[in-house]
Design a protein around this ligand. Structure first.
Ligand SMILES: [Fe+2]
Length: 574
């Protein structure tokens, strides 16, 4: 289980020595496998001997009380996801664990800021409780930006004092991504209080396009990494200033292919992989960190450097010095690959145990929370009317596979004082409805790039405040979709021509399903096909939708308070 590895006693160390020397049979021996030496770059031969949770011997011959035949397989250190919001997989931490661990992710550093934005401390506590009972090692970074900005209405706020009360929890490493870059640069007291409280701990960054003295200032407060670089120049600049760069393969934001040329033997100690926000379909169809590795190898990055970034480098970045190598004294988180070139996972060993159903069955279940989190009365189509003084105004421009949007200015049909959606221009209406019960805000705007016709898509997943977001070409269909979401108490809904054609309930905080991972994938496939049937061109329509309200990513976003010019960090009129 995921409880922290206890320091060994003198007697345990004596047994480690006996098993390493071959005086006693090892608890477990992987025989006949080669292992990838991620320091020297060689495929080494020899058995891997394990005592309890630790490797005690490599490169020699060993006998074990239990032996695994690794003939034809290559052992590599367990993979680490350096930054993930598990809520984006739409399943509980336990279901996430069951699926990504079998794909080789033995450690994940999560930031539960999605559930924290909805439920506050109880949401954070749910993740901390869950972390201690999983089979994988789930570490929790305490959410630094709840809410992400004051330009939106969240369900909760977390201040420095609340975060401090969790600082010494065994699953906590430090402070999660500091997205409030302007707050850092302006030395806002609340931001500095949080940064001061976590000096000497691990503080994650999130600084898209930041450069120059501002980047220096951001790094100078102890922020040690960034996962928002979209170009090699941006990543190089951040590396030069000491930030560890995470290559991200989320579902809406992918940078591994673009940044793969950076992965060299010299630079890989300062890199890592992360998934940030990855949909269950992408996990099921493509993989998790194993997919990041494949993407990097496909892009031509050198193999040893790639596997090092996925394990040792990520571990070092978080001070997890007990893992990331297959070597004596390191924890026995080991992946046996059928093929190292394509990262095909055969067997996963976590803390010296083969990962199987029996291991998952021994986990401690944590009761689900967050039911009835959608506090919103049914809506009428007229509430989506967008009044404006002329046909021309701001439109959010979607970029495929990116979170960054364009700030467009377009002329749209204009009648009775209202600006209207126009599918012929690929422009839909987009609205965000506050759903946390504190106000009845509705933000209204337009978005270009969905391609959708004759329908609407609605979601209670809307980063990071997770208000309800709906997009469509008719106010009638948009209202129908939102009202269905209210009845479901959260989820994803597709409406076509006045009819609900697909849905996935997400009753836990409006973010996560209580279904199994495979059931969620099945429902999500139906939803995606429903969107595609309405001519939507996006690979993951609901994921793209869910990032439109995130006002910390340039350039134009929408929250329940209205359109946000992210570059100026202010609300603008429609
Ligand atoms: Fe993130």
């Amino acid at each position: 289980m995921s409880r922290p590895v206890k320091p060994a006693t003198a007697e345990q160390l004596a047994e480690r020595i006996r098993q390493a020397l071959g005086l006693h049979p090892a608890d477990l021996v992987i025989k006949n496998a080669r292992f990838l030496d991620i320091i020297g770059g060689q495929l080494s031969t020899g058995d891997i001997a394990i005592h309890g949770e630790h490797v005690v011997g490599v490169c020699e011959s060993y006998a074990g009380r239990r032996e695994i035949d690794g003939r034809g397989l290559v052992a590599v250190p367990g993979f680490i996801d350096a930054h993930v919001h598990i809520e984006s997989s739409l399943v509980t931490p336990a279901e996430f664990d069951r699926n990504v661990l079998l794909r080789g992710t033995t450690t994940a550093i999560c930031d539960p800021h999605e559930i924290s934005n909805v439920l506050g401390v109880p949401g954070l506590q749910f993740f901390l409780d869950s972390a201690l009972g999983l089979a994988m090692d789930l570490r929790v970074q305490l959410p630094s930006c709840v809410p992400a900005t004051d330009l939106e209405t969240s369900g909760a706020r977390l201040d420095a004092e609340q975060l401090l009360s969790f600082r010494n929890h065994p699953a906590v490493l430090g402070l999660a991504e500091m997205m409030n870059v302007p707050g850092v640069l302006r030395s806002e007291p609340g931001v500095l209080e949080k940064l001061a409280a976590f000096q000497g701990r691990h503080i994650d960054g999130h600084a898209p396009l930041l450069c120059g003295r501002e980047l220096n200032a951001y790094a100078a407060v102890g922020i040690s990494n960034d996962h928002e670089s979209t170009s090699r120049d941006e990543a190089r600049d951040k590396l030069r200033r000491g930030l560890q760069v995470f290559l991200r393969e989320g579902s809406a934001a992918k940078t591994v292919a673009a940044l793969a040329p950076l992965i060299s033997d010299a630079v890989s100690p300062f890199l890592a992989f992360c998934t940030d926000d990855r949909s269950p379909l992408d996990i099921a169809e493509q993989g998790h960190i194993d997919h990041c590795i494949r993407a990097a190898l496909t892009a031509g990055a050198p193999m040893t450097a790639v596997y090092r970034a996925a394990s040792w480098s990520a571990a070092r970045g978080f001070g997890l010095t007990d893992r990331g190598l297959i070597a004596p004294g390191y924890v026995a988180d080991i992946i046996l690959l059928e093929d190292v070139e394509t990262c095909r996972v055969h067997t996963v060993i976590r803390l010296g145990e083969v990962v199987d159903d029996e291991l998952f069955a021994r986990r401690q279940p944590v009761p689900a929370i967050g039911r009835n989190s959608v506090k919103l009365d049914p809506v009428a189509p007229q509430q989506f009317a967008l009044r404006a003084c002329g046909p021309t105004g701001p439109v959010i421009g979607l970029r495929p596979d990116q979170l960054v949007t364009d700030h467009l200015t377009l002329s749209l049909p204009y009648r009775n004082g209202q600006r209207l959606a126009n599918p012929d221009q690929d422009v839909l209406k987009v609205c965000v409805l506050a759903r946390h019960g504190t106000n009845r805000n509705i933000g209204r705007g337009f978005v270009k790039g969905f391609g959708l016709r004759n329908g609407a898509l609605a979601s209670s997943v809307g980063h990071d405040s997770h208000n309800i977001i709906v997009v469509g070409d008719s106010d009638r269909d948009m209202a129908l979709a939102v009202n269905r979401l209210i009845a479901l108490q959260g989820g994803l809904v597709a409406v076509r021509d006045g009819e609900i054609v697909a849905e996935l309930p997400l009753p836990l905080a409006g973010l996560m399903s209580d279904l199994s991972f495979s059931e969620v994938c099945d429902r999500l496939s139906v939803l995606r096909r429903a969107a595609w049937a309405m001519e939507c061109r996006l690979r993951e329509p609901f994921l793209s939708l869910s990032f439109l309200p995130l006002p910390v990513i340039p350039h134009l976003k929408i929250t329940d308070r209205g359109l946000v010019d992210v570059d100026r960090f202010e609300l603008i009129t429609t």
